[in-house]
Design a protein around this ligand. Structure first.
Ligand code: UDP
Length: 559
């Protein structure tokens, strides 16, 4: 049935009026981006074989009137109406073109501060976020892809509690992901039990907010419905490749790209499943694809139509690209290695190391052939010519992994049999092919008659559709259950461990959800955030099973 979902996604999002197939899409994109005929053919072949796909805006817009090819943007917002409404306008243009925007609202003065011009009171950052949310809502009605926003507030902003509670009611600020930016000093207070320290004081009212107030609001909010996310300021800036160009205070909507103001970034992901050769990963092939992918992403920077000249200038100054992987869990399944195992983590670390090393090598070669990125002199790379200030990250690959028919990014499979609802009311019954194959083998080994085998297989699938897990089906061999764990079977610690394996091996950041059981407490959430901080992650997003009504995957829904 997956085939039909792929076809549906292709038609709904990627095919232009004159196109009929994925081949047509790859041809259009390759022709628009490749410089020479040879390059066009190489790019075509990498996409068409599903070894590599660029992010959706490239697949949708390359070679069309809307030539905007990047998924990620961040825009600065100052403490004045002109800067706020400029960002609103620019954000709208970005969304219209298929990109997502991240904003840090911390410069906006807190609610109830004096506003001199009007002799009145400021309404605070959260009130302005409502306008951004509404603008996104209106624009989304036209496009094929919904505009997404990341709203960030620093923990020391006096409105921090209002901000954290802003999405408490389901449906509010629905077009925003929200994240609190915390410093190491803040996290050290938590670690050291200094919850009573005052972290911020309102300049006009004198109201104080303690570390504990903020922390409890964060963990309570996550417990309630998965937000806010937490961003680790020091870790992000510690890895800023161009610190002399300024600090990084914002990330794109799903968090994988910390960017300077006005920067944009085009993403692309290698489909790891295509490199499984019997019992190992074909590293030679992986490096070759990585090299081509870097050349393609670097070309896109020059071929892109930018929504704003300032975005073009900022982007071309550092030439950041975001190459990542998808199909990681499927690859582990193909190799028979559990996601939550030391062996799995070692393999993933090795693979990502291989990709980033090959990406850096290619970027160096392009720099020698043409030039380094303009801000290279003053960058952390200034000992070795480099074309791009940052090369790797892990994107969610929410749409392109459906095109490639593999597990998204570095996430574990959410369920091996489920109903997937999609736009316009259509729904698809999904059954993971490897799971189905191994289940059939296990059933044949265990039961003697064919009707019995069929009956047990059907019972497992229907149990899975209802509950999302096979861990409690006793006749299934232990090794089968060990391998076929889902995102919700895997412990939060093992989720974070996987993120922590990838983080030091990518230049930018990682989009990942840390799934927690429905029974998780505030204390578990606090422990997870501390563990993430201690593991040198740049951010963390947690989700407690069943805490939100609006979910993409529908477990328990019969077709
Ligand atoms: N994004 C967006 N709207 C969407 C999905 C994604 O603006 O509906 C942006 C957002 O910045 C996100 C990035 O695209 O972080 C990458 O998302 P994903 O990897 O899921 O995109 P894909 O290329 O698979 O469509």
């Amino acid at each position: 049935m997956t085939g039909s979902l792929t076809t549906h996604i292709l038609a709904a999002r990627y095919l232009r009026d004159d196109e009929n197939s994925f081949t047509d899409v790859c041809r259009r994109v390759a022709d628009a981006i490749g410089e020479t005929q040879r390059e066009k053919e190489t790019f075509f072949s990498e996409m068409h074989s599903l070894r590599f796909l660029p992010n959706s805006p490239t697949l949708m817009n390359a070679g069309t009137e809307n030539g905007q090819l990047a998924a990620c943007f961040t825009l600065p917002i100052g403490d004045s109406l002109p800067t706020i409404f400029d960002a609103l306008k620019w954000g709208a243009l970005i969304h219209q073109s298929g990109g997502g925007t991240g904003y840090n609202f911390s410069k906006i003065r807190p609610k109830a501060s004096p506003v001199r011009e009007l002799d009145g009171m400021a309404s605070g950052p959260v009130s302005f976020m409502q306008i951004f949310n509404q603008a996104t809502e209106i624009i989304r009605q036209g496009g094929r892809r919904r505009g997404a926003n990341m709203g960030i507030l620093n923990a020391d902003h006096p409105d921090i509690l209002t901000f954290i509670h802003a999405k408490e009611r389901e449906g509010d600020l629905a077009n925003f992901n929200i994240s609190v930016m915390v410093t190491d000093a803040f996290m050290a207070c938590i670690r050291d039990g200094k919850q009573d320290s005052v972290w911020t004081t309102h300049p006009a009212t004198g109201d104080e907010v303690t570390v504990g107030d903020i922390w409890d609001a964060i963990t309570g909010g996550i417990w309630k419905n998965g937000e806010p996310g937490v961003l680790f300021y020091n870790e992000i800036n510690h890895h800023n490749p161009t610190p002399l160009l300024g600090e990084i205070d914002a990330v794109n909507p799903c968090g994988e790209q910390p960017l300077l103001p006005f920067e944009s970034c085009v993403l692309g992901s290698v489909n790891l499943t295509r490199f499984v050769k019997e019992d190992h990963i074909d590293e030679v092939g992986l490096k070759q694809t990585t090299g081509i992918a870097v050349r393609m992403l670097d070309r896109i920077i020059d071929k892109n139509t930018y929504p704003l000249s300032r975005i073009e200038t900022a982007t071309k100054r550092t030439r950041k690209v975001g190459l990542g992987v998808m199909g990681v869990h499927d690859t582990l399944l193909m190799l028979g290695i559990p996601y939550d195992s030391a062996k799995g983590r070692v393999l993933c670390g090795h693979v990502m190391e291989c990709i980033t090393t090959a990406a850096v090598e290619t970027s160096h070669v392009i720099a020698v052939e043409s030039d380094s990125f303009p801000a290279w002199d003053n960058s952390r790379w200034n000992k070795c010519p480099m074309r791009n200030a940052a090369l790797t990250c892990i994107a969610p690959t929410g749409s392109i992994s459906l095109l490639a028919d593999c597990s998204p990014g570095i996430e574990p499979v959410y369920s091996y049999a489920y109903t997937r609802r999609h736009t316009a009311g259509s729904s698809f019954a999904m059954l993971h092919p490897l799971f189905a194959q191994d289940l059939a083998t296990a059933a044949r080994d265990r039961f003697s008659s064919q009707p019995e085998v069929d009956q047990e297989i059907n019972a497992v699938i229907s149990h899975l559709r209802r509950t999302g897990t096979v861990q409690d089906i006793n006749w299934l061999p232990a090794s089968f259950r060990r391998l076929y764990k889902t995102a919700t079977d895997i412990s939060w610690k093992d989720h974070i461990r996987m993120q922590a394996v990838f983080q030091p091996r990518v230049h930018a950041a990682i989009s990942k959800t840390i799934n927690m059981p429905h029974s998780a407490t505030d204390d578990d959430i606090a422990a997870a955030i501390l563990f993430a901080w201690g593991s040198n992650l740049k951010g963390i997003t947690c989700y407690r099973t069943g805490s939100r009504r609006e979910v993409v995957y529908a477990i328990g829904e019969e077709t």
